[in-house]
Ligand binder design. Sequence first.
Ligand code: GLA
Length: 728
Amino acid sequence: MSIEYISDKELFHIKTKNSSYIFRLRKGYELEHLYYGERINDTRGIEFLSDDNFLGATLHAIDSEFTEEKLSTDRMLREYPFYGSVDLRCPAFHAEYRDGSRVTKMKYLGHKIFSGKPELDGLPSVYAKSDEAQTLEITMADSFTGLNLIYRYSAFEELDVITRSVTAVNTGNSEITLDKIMSCSVDFDNSDFDFVHLHGEAWRECEIERKPLVNGEVRISSARGASSHLHSPFFALANKNTTEFEGEVFAFSLVYSGNFELGAEVDSLKNTRAYMGINSFDFKWLLESGQSFTTPEAVMVHSSNGFGEMSRTFHNLYRNNLARGKYQNAVRPILINNWEATYFDFNEEKILNLASKAKELGIELLVLDDGWFGKRNDDTLSLGDWYTNTDKLPEGIASLAKKVTEIGIKFGLWFEPEMVSPNSELYHKHPDWCIHIEVREKSLGRNQLVLDLSRKEVCDYIVSSVSDILSCGNISYIKWDMNRNFTEIGSSALPPKRQSEVAHRYILGLYNVLERIKTAFPDVLMEGCASGGGRFDAGMMYYFNQFWTSDNTDAIDRLKIQYGTSMVMPSMFMGAHVSAVPNHQTGRTIPLETRGLCAMCGQFGYELDITQISDDEADEIKNQIELYKNIREVIQFGDLYRLKSPFDGEKTFFEFVSKDKARVCLFYFTHSCAVQCNTEKIKLKGLKPDSAYKCNKQIYSAEFLERFGFDTENLQDNSGKVYLFEIQ
Ligand code: GLA
């Protein structure tokens, strides 16, 4: 049993392989959090962790119903804090009621524990196969307002994670306005943590920031309509001495692609309250009598062995229990994308030449990027007009797809279906279909507007226009792009009192569209993109089997981007392409070997004009493709060990170990001043104990490689090398 209710203590114990999460009922109605951390096998006495001595200060008001015991919920660690009464810290829940009051007081009503895990209506969520998980649902009620809250916890014992979500149900007769409803909140009885999160920009995604918590609040958010390049919906609280390999980490990842907030508040007693959910800024949700609202899911991972173990837990969970469909467990094809090869300037002959050359080199899929539809010859027009641009492709997209398939490789196509260009037939026909406010000017981003996916007819249009193209039968892949954030947020289809629901309704609409397309075309491999990694989040991984990690294809910059992204995302989801030099984003010239090896650490592909390369380059590319085909299962399905970080010095090491530990790929990169560095012995991780491995005709024991390290050669700047180890 991974979830236990110990009735004499009124204690809830949620267990996974290595962690325990414990709280209890106080006075029959209040939930007090007791513990989150390494697994506890014997909980006797755990209630004495409670530190509920009343201090007597007015700062810590007493709940009148607790006066006899002199308890204060303002001092207590609380399971899911709601606003309005005795807890003046940052609440997880805030609502407004009919009389204008904002006081919520939830009391325990009951609970149930059951096998499996329910789906979240209309939202992506981690799923449980058969009896992989157990779920606890606690119902809390506010008799005064008729609001019920259901706190949902699922424990995945083997996968070592706990997922959480909350459902609000209006059982009363009057409307309730939800202002803030977090997916999870966890109180810790200390504040001695570093706050770790991922921030960035387009071309500089997922930089890792680590700072000690401060007294007061750290809050990270997105109000851009997408999870965004700027911040990822992930954070961790780590002990001061936690490293990649050692120490305790509490990590949180949100399965959501829209506006989010996350943070941690340290109170005057040095407790920390961590939380995560939909961004409460510019959010309100009107809950009419009988209606319910469910939050996105938060995933909690506890690791006692540093950030590396935290990431591997996320990777296993997201590969096995979030990704779906035919490609979930299939090797990803090696692709060529024409974007950096041609940009908008192509015709059928050019694309067919690329396809023939790709076939010759061993590439398995050609993706035709932007510019194939409407009158699209630059980025000022035609988004929304999803029919072939016959100036470029006179015989149509179906014919091109067929011809490419006949060459012997698969064909994929780019779409940006959530957008509309003001200069398009769609916009002229339906000017009110975009997100906008009637009387206001519409700001443009990349010359385009965002379609209003809170409207059903807009969602239907997207599904039917994308489906019409995909129905031609020879399209095996789509790249689904999204290249601007929201401004002037409003929907002409919603009444004034529901305008603050638009951003979340948009994401629900998007999930609905993606689900319908994924269901109708189960054999199509779907890649997500948002000007690179602008929406690379766990919500998207429910629909897309890979994601374009960044528009920055410079191999040395990519080391950092891919390292940071891998904190949560598995390598098999991270699109990584070899592009031309000088690099189109940075102007830097990096050897083809390094560019190839860096891209091999993700979902491998090319993005350059292969019809213009020399014979030597063609030979080298053939070798890269042969190598990747040989090792891709280790990279895509294996365990990642980040042995050395590009953020910390002049070398980066990534190690991939196959699940059966029989094969190991050690990638090694140098990125600055390396000529002066000595060779380095790098200690491998995750090998099979008591076994030996062969590399470059030499035999090494696993113990030797882990204890003393493997001696790598000295490389020049911007170089890369891969060492392959086979178990003997
Ligand atoms: C975005 C994507 C690119 C490419 C262009 C096409 O920038 O991130 O990969 O598809 O759009 O316009």
